[in-house]
Structures are given as C-alpha cells and as structure tokens.
Design a protein around this ligand. Sequence first.
Ligand SMILES: [Zn+2]
Length: 357
Amino acid sequence: MPKKFKIGFLKSIEIPLIVELGEGVRKRVKDILNYLGLHNVVILTGRKSYEVAGKKIESRISESVLSRFFVEKPSINEVRNFAVKLSYADVDAIVGIGGGKVLDVGKILATELNVAFLSIPTVASHDGIASPVASFKEGGKPVSISTNPPAAVLADLVILRHSPIRLLRAGYGDLISNVTAVKDWRLARDVVDEEYNEVAASIAEMPANLMLSYADKLDLKVIKHLEMLVRGLILSGVAISLAGSSRPASGAEHKFSHALDYLGYGEGLHGEQVAIGTIIVEFLHERKYGVGDWELIKKSLEKIRAPTTAKELSLTKDQIIEALEYAKKIRRKRYTILDEVEKGDIKIAVEKTGVVN
Ligand SMILES: [Zn+2]
C-alpha cells in the first residue's frame, strides 16, 4: 500500500473494451462495429497498408464508411486538417489501419472528435497499438501526446506476420524494455515515494519476462512467438492506461532513446534504440542492486538478430555516452537508475555489455 492515499488513485480508468488477437480476426471488424453500435466510420490508413489490408477490410464495412483518409505526413497539422474536414460529419468512430504513425494520428483524431477508435495494426513495432499515447516528431523533435485508449484492438497475425522483420524485432525491443522500465518504477517507489501500481507493473513486466524465458529459441516468424509478442505489446498499452502514465513501459532506456532523438544521433527505430538502452540499464541495475540479467536480454536480441551494438545503429561510443548523460535531463521527475550513476559507471556499462568496444 502507498504510505498515504494519493488523489491519483481516484482517477477513472479506461482500457480497450475489445481486444481480438489471432489469425483472421480482421474479418471480425463488422461484428465489432455492430457490437459497439458504431455505424458511421472514417477509415484512416497509409497507402501501403491500404493495399495490403485496408482495402479488404473497407469492403467488409463499406456501408458504414463515410470517408477514407490517407496519412501522408503524420503531424498535429495533419490531425487538424482531418478534424476540419470532418467537422460537420456525424462520425462515431475512426478505424485506423496501418503502422504506428497511422494509429498515432488516429488516436489523436478520435480523441479530438470524442469518438471511438478502432486500432487495426499492420505492423507491431512498438506498444502504441493499444496505448493511450501518441508520439510524433514536430520540428525534428519528439513529442508525446496523451489520448484516449482505443475502444477496440484487432491484431490479425496473418497481417502482422507479413510485416517487415526489422519492425517486429523493434517491437520485441520495445516489449522487453518493460523489464527495466518496471525496475526503475520500483526504484522510484522506494527512493522518492512515487505512486506505484503493482497490477500495471505486472501486466507490463510479465509478457516481457515470458518472452525472455524463450530466449534460446525465439523466432518472431513462428506464429506462437509472434502472438506472444503482439499480446505483450497490447498489454503494455493496457498497463499504461491502468497506470495513467507511460511509467510501466518507459524508464531510463526510453529516456536514452528520446535523448538520441533530441540529439539527432543514429538511425535506429524506436524499439531498436530502446533495446540497446535496455541492455545498458539492466546492467546498471544489476551492478548496483544485484537484480537483473542483462546477458539474457542481449542473448534474446541476438537470437532474433536485433541490433545490440552502437555500430549497428550508426552510433559512436561518444554519442552513446552523451545520450545517456543527456537522458538524465529528460523528464527529471521520472526517477530512474540514471539518477544514481556517474559518467564513469555509464562508461563501464557500455563497455562491459559490448554495446561499444
Ligand atoms: Zn516504447
């Protein structure tokens, strides 16, 4: 129990009403719209996603589709343009079919219009599939916006299995980052008395640990493993909704990734940067508190052939160290292991883990 009752515990919690995960669940879109009583929808998609999956899904619900927009340049401006176009339409849901950017635009648009959002991911590269958070780059800098969570998530493994393997690997990186994110959260609970939610922490952490237990034989093209990954990413989103903040899925390893984005270093995907951050941050936890297994995390990433070194993301040793130092200045109120280490510790961590050599 928290030492004192905090007002945050009184907030209402929203999580997706319906989550469908499996092969062929895309075919259920009409039933789900009917079940939710949604009959006037706008489809939001990307050019490629539309060809791959959107067109067929649209044909299943054509009588309910008011219009269709393509996300071209994901930004707040684009959301505003769509909102203006829909200002006199009687929309009751946005159906987002696409990758992270499409879903991000969809979540903000649905929140702005105060309508339901259906998330139909075509890739699984991060936990935005079901989370109440949208991330963008505005003027080259990353921004995060809180939104309502999707009302329904339809994660079709047939579609996701055909997504580029690099994106699935990045998704794995974003999932296992929950291991260090939750460690940082518990640290903050103990050191600075931060509000903590064991249910949210467990929901974020358990699927990540489950995947790590398969480290020796992980193969993201195997349906069973892909399903585990996608389920974990959906649960991360649910954990974020439960906690009312990204805390269960975002600790020092995410600060590190955000720092790389701010500094403009490297060319990694979000999940790839976060994965390397997870190796380093797990090392720091293990070294200071004796709890963790950074080698297992690294091994699992190597098994699926995700990047584990600075070089693979076109980063130098100096840039990695600078980003870890810079990361301390990001979201200062979010206490992490980085608040307890010096530059010397960081240097040891990046060398001993083999992130740089
Ligand atoms: Zn993330």
